[in-house]
Design a protein around this ligand. Structure first.
Ligand code: NAD
Ligand code: UDP
Length: 310
């Protein structure tokens, strides 16, 4: 098949491309390199089945393809809040452009949505039926509301134009290739521990997240794309940890001498998050297989190598 991955030079996108290329597909990566890097896809650049197009998805593009994995959008609060208007344009105009492309060439379209559509949830764990608790005017809204409208657009293109859609609600995912300055919690703690500087826990660290290793997520995305269920489907690891527990785990694993320091909690920071993955289990026969300890080890090795070589 010929497959587009938007945001393919980013963290999740590049792991997805590795899987698609290894399966023998023809892959076109669309990326504007906002948070992505050529290094992530370097090994495919000379491959005859691979094509890299530097392109901003807020502009339309014409291509002939069978499937579109639509991942392009900054995912870390630091990056999506840097230029919030651009984040909204990427989610709204970008998703509209990619759905328009899917409609024209009759390609199947998968949206990488997010657990952030649930906002600061008052239902726990979060099933797909839960409609969320999102602040429409806060500093996270450009991302949360952007993804909510991206879901709306996907379902309206499906109902109105018959576009074949899949919607994944992705929960916190981590692994090798996250940027050193990504700003998300796993990469921050690992980089801080490796550099021997204090791990920055925001608030008192009692807020929770559930962390999924990237290879598990990619397997879920591929199953969703090639299965018959539209979704939305939660994809994430239901093992839930407080942020303080995560900091202590990484401290023990990497550098017991590194301190933990407490900083202000950002506005609208969700207090708890855990996916209900009943749908993914029954519809996709999918559940994560890599425990946090193992995934962290693999991630630490990758960061250690990069930091030692930089
Ligand atoms: P990332 O920032 O590493 O990757 C995003 C990629 O999109 C980058 O390569 C970036 O350059 C590209 N991009 C951004 N704006 C663009 C634009 N206007 N035009 C073209 N390319 C653009 O983030 P990630 O963690 O790999 O996330 C990938 C997708 O998965 C995102 O849509 C994100 O919302 C979703 N997601 C990720 C997580 C997670 O924990 N990693 C959780 C929920 C949802
Ligand atoms: N966080 C933290 N220290 C950091 C970075 C993040 O304590 O250096 C916290 C953050 O406040 C949030 C959690 O870790 O409660 C997850 O943050 P992240 O940015 O990784 O993802 P999201 O908030 O989007 O789930």
């Amino acid at each position: 098949m010929r497959i587009i991955v938007t945001g393919g030079a980013g963290f999740v996108g590049s792991h997805l491309i590795d899987r698609l290329m290894s399966a023998g597909h023809e892959v076109i990566c669309l990326d504007n390199f906002y948070t992505g890097s050529k290094r992530n896809i370097l090994k495919w650049l000379d491959h005859p089945y691979f094509e890299m197009i530097r392109h901003d998805i807020t502009e339309p593009i014409r291509l002939e393809v069978d499937q579109i994995y639509h991942l392009a959008c900054p995912a870390s609060p630091v990056h999506y809040q840097y230029n919030p208007v651009k984040t909204v344009k990427t989610s709204v105009l970008g998703t509209m452009n990619m759905l328009g492309l899917a409609k024209r060439v009759k390609a199947r379209f998968l949206l990488a949505s997010t657990s952030e559509v649930y906002g600061d949830p008052d239902v726990h764990p979060q099933p797909e039926e839960y409609r969320g608790n999102v602040n429409p005017i806060g500093i996270r809204s450009c991302y949360d509301e952007g993804k909510r409208i991206a879901e709306t657009l996907s379902f309206d293109y499906h109902r109105q134009n018959g576009v074949d859609i899949r919607v994944a609600r992705i929960f916190n995912t981590y692994g090798p290739r996250m940027l050193e300055n990504d700003g998300r919690v796993v990469s921050n703690f690992i980089v801080q521990a490796l550099r021997g500087i204090p791990l920055t826990v925001y608030g008192d660290g009692s807020q929770t997240r559930s962390f999924c290793y990237v290879s598990d997520l990619v397997e879920g995305l591929i199953r969703l794309m090639n299965g018959e269920h539209t979704g939305p489907i939660n994809l994430g690891n239901p093992d839930e940890y407080t942020i303080l527990e995560l900091a202590q785990k990484i401290q023990h694993m990497v550098n017991p001498d590194a301190d933990i320091k407490f900083e202000a909690l950002p506005q609208d920071d969700p207090k708890q998050r855990q996916p209900d993955i009943t749908r993914a289990k029954t519809w996709l026969c999918w559940e994560p297989s890599i425990p946090l300890q193992e995934g962290l080890k693999l991630t630490v090795e990758d960061f250690r190598e990069r930091i030692n070589n930089s």
